[in-house]
Design a binder for this molecule. Structure first.
Ligand SMILES: NC(=O)c1ccc[n+]([C@@H]2O[C@H](COP(=O)([O-])OP(=O)(O)OC[C@H]3O[C@@H](n4cnc5c(N)ncnc54)[C@H](OP(=O)(O)O)[C@@H]3O)[C@@H](O)[C@H]2O)c1
Length: 248
């Protein structure tokens, strides 16, 4: 499927996730939206139903698969106007879990968290850097987290997850500086969704007051609104669901 000139094209990476799937559904409500739902999972009606605007793509997030996916989508004239990097890892129910103390650090678990939260989003930026030079306007939002804020960290713990999100923010900041020269139409956002009711937050929801536990649909509305109204200013914005700036 190729996109007609008046269509808007959105790529959502990590489309099977709680937030990723809600973002796909939200973008599909926009008129003339072509939504590319990219996932490590096999195509399924659980992502975006059977909407005619939906294109599902499977990708295992290896370097080659990411490069191939980008190149195939561009061959189909699906240069994105919006990109949401919605994947990420906090725990896997087995070896990976947020650490409460230093003794719980585990090399393999830390690598897994950094791979999902820093390396994979960075590889998507790498693959998109050249193509996005052709964009008049493209807003790229990566799912970060407030716990990645160094200034905001008063509780400690969660070493791997916190440091991976801080690392993601730094990659995005450097990318914003580089793309300001190389791809002037690109705006980057590091987005904190708030605690959202998904598999990722499930084991940690007990201490969260009901009004502070957001539905994925609400968070998707917030994110899409922020992306649509974003000004292309060559900066990275670190924003929460309400559009409020978070300290680095
Ligand atoms: N939920 C919250 O309260 C909350 C709060 C703050 C920040 N966030 C951030 O929001 C993002 C989405 O979280 P979520 O709540 O939607 O989590 P989720 O439901 O667990 O979805 C995460 C998705 O990330 C992808 N993924 C999983 N392991 C991966 C790996 N090793 N490498 C690359 N991608 C992987 C998978 O999507 P595919 O299989 O489709 O690729 C998975 O479905 C994450 O970056 C998370 O850190 C969430």
């Amino acid at each position: 499927m190729t996109a007609a000139k008046s269509d808007i094209c959105i790529w959502v990476v990590g489309a099977s996730g709680g937030i990723g799937a809600a973002v796909v559904s939200r973008w599909l409500k926009e008129p003339r939206a072509r939504v590319v739902a990219i996932s490590s999972q096999t195509a399924t009606t659980a992502i975006g139903g059977q909407s005619p605007g939906l294109i599902q793509v499977e990708c295992d997030y290896s370097e080659q698969a990411i490069e191939r996916t980008v190149s195939e989508l561009l061959d189909k004239e699906l240069l994105p106007d919006y990109v949401v990097l919605a994947g990420g890892l906090l725990h896997d129910g087995a070896q990976v879990a947020p650490e409460r103390q230093l003794e719980q650090l585990d090399r393999a678990a830390m690598h897994a968290v950094f791979d999902a939260n820093v390396v994979v989003p960075s590889l998507w930026l790498r693959a998109l850097a050249k193509p996005l030079r052709q964009s008049a306007r493209c807003v790229v939002a990566a799912l970060s987290a407030r716990v990645g804020s160094i200034g905001d960290n008063s509780l400690g713990g969660w070493y791997s997850y916190r440091s991976s999100k801080a690392g993601l923010n730094m990659v995005l900041r450097s990318a914003a500086i580089e793309l300001k020269r190389r791809a002037k139409g690109v705006k980057l956002i590091a987005f904190h969704p708030g605690t959202t009711d998904t598999a990722l937050s499930k084991p940690f929801q007990r201490s969260v007051p009901a009004e502070k536990l957001f539905s994925p649909g609400y968070v998707a509305d917030c994110l899409v609104g922020l992306m649509q109204s974003a000004t292309v200013d060559g900066e990275l914005s670190f924003l929460d669901y309400a559009g409020k700036r978070i300290p680095w």
